[in-house]
Ligand binder design. Structure first.
Ligand SMILES: CSCCC(=O)C(=O)COP(=O)(O)O
Ligand SMILES: [Zn+2]
Length: 237
């Protein structure tokens, strides 16, 4: 039977590393970290010309492989906002994540293989304590776990980490254009913070997106603690 006749073949696999199995498992981990509580946030994985995306507005820690959407990459319309094309939709009455156009920015502009969106309080607090348009921190070992542009070489201990901060919008999808603009102005950034909302982080595959999100979340947390303790977060040389 062809994939057109049996689209569920795109999400049914015994392989625990298949994206349709990984996305629910990773979201359970992210829920425990406080990254995807209250239905917000999530992860997408792109394998070549197929993108795997979770549904919108569901408890991400209870998601199952049968709930996963599969979209072709690229889309016939290169900036999918409406009228998206699907290779597989869940049988239930679900809509794809509102983060889809933001995830697509990471695929289009950085050739990412995965993108994670968290509502971590560490990220949100960083956007409150850094009131300008960037979060910066230097001289922290965890900077070495972040890559230039998310998909390039690893940063050095001597590099200052800088992440753009964009302003939140009432609808997640409307962040798309300001995220594109921030990504163009900050080609070396591995992610984008969204004020009073969270962060988007990408990588060339899901493992790198996950570990970079872990390093960045650590840096947000320690940066917030340092600032609250009256310490400088960027040292001169
Ligand atoms: C309380 S979640 C508000 C919407 C949001 O920020 C979000 O990340 C939604 O993601 P979804 O995948 O559920 O569309
Ligand atoms: Zn969100």
């Amino acid at each position: 039977m062809s994939l057109e006749e049996n689209p569920d073949a795109l999400i049914l696999s015994d392989d625990p590393l298949h994206p349709a199995n990984l996305i629910p498992e990773l979201c359970r981990n992210f829920y425990q970290l406080g990254w995807v509580t209250g239905t917000g946030g999530g992860i997408t994985i792109r394998l070549g010309d197929k993108v795997f995306i979770a549904p919108s507005g569901v408890q991400k820690e209870r998601m199952l492989p049968k709930h996963i959407f599969v979209l072709p990459f690229p889309q016939p319309d290169p900036s999918p906002h409406t009228d998206r094309v699907f290779l597989r939709r869940p049988a239930l009455n679900l809509k794809e994540s509102q983060c889809t156009p933001l995830f697509w920015n990471a695929f289009d502009l950085r050739e990412a293989g995965s993108c994670i969106h968290t509502h971590s309080q560490n990220a949100v607090m960083a956007t409150l304590l850094w009131p300008g348009s960037t979060f910066t921190i230097s001289h922290q070992e965890m900077i070495k776990g972040v890559r230039v542009g998310g998909t390039g070489r690893a940063l050095s201990y001597l590099d200052t980490l800088e992440l753009p901060i964009i302003e939140n919008t009432p609808n997640e999808e409307d962040l798309k254009d300001s995220m594109v603009s921030a990504m163009k102005h900050h080609p070396d950034a591995a992610g984008i913070l969204v004020r009073r909302h969270g962060v988007y982080v990408w990588g060339s595959d899901w493992e790198k997106a996950k570990t970079q999100t872990e390093c960045l979340d650590y840096l947000f947390e320690i940066g917030v603690k340092m600032k609250l303790a009256g310490l400088e977060t960027v040292l001169k040389t």
